[in-house]
Design a protein. Structure first.
Length: 210
């Protein structure tokens, strides 16, 4: 059986973590600002997809492999930083479209936004460390406890549901605000450049973080 007290404690902890501003939330808001409500919500769904993959990997033993080769985290961090730098450059370039009075600013497709959010989450080594250090603290022990794999899958599902509720709300609100004020001349260009700066800042954070 599952220790309901541990699960409830994990729900509270997950909600607090989801509400705390972090790289994933900033990424979602940046996409909402640059691409509107749909982009913000799709970015939230992409992050949740990445978490689902992390959950499955942790539950089925990939964590042991990474523990045996800790240098893999360094490689993941570098890959994630390069990917975010790519997003910063492409978003900045797209913002130039608004220089022309008749130009329509280029928007990445919703499918691409979703895939980029998923890859950004997968390339974040802190998410991997989260599943190593934080989630196991809520795994119950004893003869009547569920198998560890089942408990990790359940806790991962809880974390995804709580996180998606917060992230999707943030994406929806940021996209709604952006769409309401985007009609002002030059404002969308400035919003896109702010988003590019956020992506670049997240990349820098990944590079300098130990």
């Amino acid at each position: 059986m599952v220790d309901i007290h541990l699960v409830l404690a994990f729900v509270v902890a997950s909600a607090l973590l989801a509400l705390a501003p972090g790289p994933d939330l900033l990424f979602i808001v940046a996409n909402g600002v640059a691409g509107g409500r749909r982009a913000g919500v799709l970015a939230a769904l992409g992050m949740s997809t990445g978490l689902a993959i992390h959950t499955a990997a942790a539950a089925f033993g990939l964590g042991a492999l990474i523990r045996a080769a800790p240098q893999a985290l360094t490689a993941v961090r570098i890959a994630g930083a390069l990917f975010l730098l790519y997003l910063a450059v492409t978003t900045w370039r797209n913002s130039r479209a608004t220089h022309e009075p008749t130009a329509v600013p280029a928007r990445r497709s919703l499918r691409r936004t979703y895939l980029m959010a998923t890859l950004t989450n997968l390339a974040n080594p802190k998410v991997i460390l989260f599943y190593f250090a934080f989630v196991p603290q809520f795994v119950g022990t004893g003869s009547s406890a569920w198998p560890v794999t089942a408990q990790l899958l359940l806790l991962g599902l809880v974390f995804i549901v709580v996180g998606l509720a917060v992230d999707a709300t943030a994406g929806l609100l940021s996209g709604t605000l952006a769409e309401k004020i985007a009609a002002r001349p030059g404002f969308r260009r400035r919003m896109a450049r702010v988003s590019a700066a956020v992506f670049a800042g997240l990349a820098a954070r990944l590079i300098i973080d130990s």
